[in-house]
Ligand binder design. Structure first.
Ligand code: PAF
Length: 280
């Protein structure tokens, strides 16, 4: 496995792979890798070469957010990637990735970016698109892999790639849960033992939603009421049924809608969601 920090070096490697006609799978991350990331790396085995980027992107953190305390575990991340047979870990530094303090701006569509996570985190998705546009241009992947847990991110990235005619397939991968059902997230590490136990209500709510949806229930009002009752002891930031453009819906449709939630436990925002018969 190669560890690359230099952008020109990464581009040279990629150019060579393109010349050889090899497909490139890309897993962008902010490090603190866990089994959720591993599942993306595994899915990316459908490519001949795999790149994982590790970059804690300052532009997607708000002023009061956890940029400085976000877990940084580069050494163990690299060991994990090596074990997974990753070809390159790309870990650029911010000065090189953002050479201009005020450069060209990428702005996510407001209708998708100012709702849900974006309502609480203004500018967050602009920051995500900003870094991904750069990383996509450097790594030039055929496919890029994202967890469905960050549903809004996945849908906005898909929109950017489609809208700008980039030949990158954005692959959404199933949520990975721990043995008690909590969706894996680097932020789970902030929870105390008690907080973790409380957070399991989220797992119970998503399980109940999945079961009801599997039995054919598609009425958003009753599904949300059921989930709200299970989540009641916790602070719910949002709990909504939406389509892939993030418009609220009353009736869920297969391959077109999902239920999204953000719940706050011990000051930690925990996301979860349930996609209705999702094939992509
Ligand atoms: O999901 C994440 O970890 C980040 O938002 C991403 C996609 C790596 C961009 O910094």
């Amino acid at each position: 496995m190669q560890f690359v920090q230099n952008i020109a070096e990464m581009k040279n490697i990629v150019q060579q792979w393109h010349k050889e006609g090899l497909d490139i799978g890309f897993v962008p991350t902010m490090g603190a890798l866990h089994a959720g990331h591993v599942s993306l790396m595994e899915r990316a085995k459908e490519n001949e070469r795999r790149v994982v980027s590790v970059f804690v992107n300052p532009r997607q953190f708000g002023a009061n957010e956890d940029f400085s305390r976000y877990p940084r575990t580069l050494e163990t991340d690299c060991t994990l990637c090596e074990k997974q047979g990753i070809d390159v870990v790309f870990a650029p530094n911010a000065e090189n990735l953002y050479p201009f303090a005020e450069g060209v701006k990428i702005v996510a569509p407001k209708s998708m970016a100012n709702v849900l996570e974006g309502a609480a985190r203004p500018g967050h998705f602009d920051g995500v698109l900003d870094v991904l546009a750069r990383l996509f241009h450097i790594v030039q992947p055929h496919r890029a892999y994202f967890g469905r847990k960050d549903a809004q991110q996945l849908l906005i990235v898909r929109q950017m790639v489609a809208e700008w005619f980039w030949d990158i397939e954005i692959v959404g991968c199933p949520i990975v849960r721990d043995f008690k059902g909590l969706a894996l997230s680097s932020r789970n590490a902030y929870l105390s033992k008690k907080g973790y136990e409380q957070a399991l209500q989220i797992a119970r709510a998503t399980k109940a939603l999945e079961d009801a949806i599997a039995k054919g229930s598609r009425d958003a009002h009753s599904l949300l009421a059921m989930a709200r009752a299970i989540l009641a002891p916790l602070q719910i930031d949002y709990l909504m049924a939406v389509d892939y453009a993030l418009n609220e819906v009353e009736i869920l449709q297969n391959n077109a809608s999902l239920i999204v939630m953000a719940v706050i436990v011990e000051g930690v925002r925990l996301l979860d969601n349930v996609w209705v018969e999702c094939n992509s």
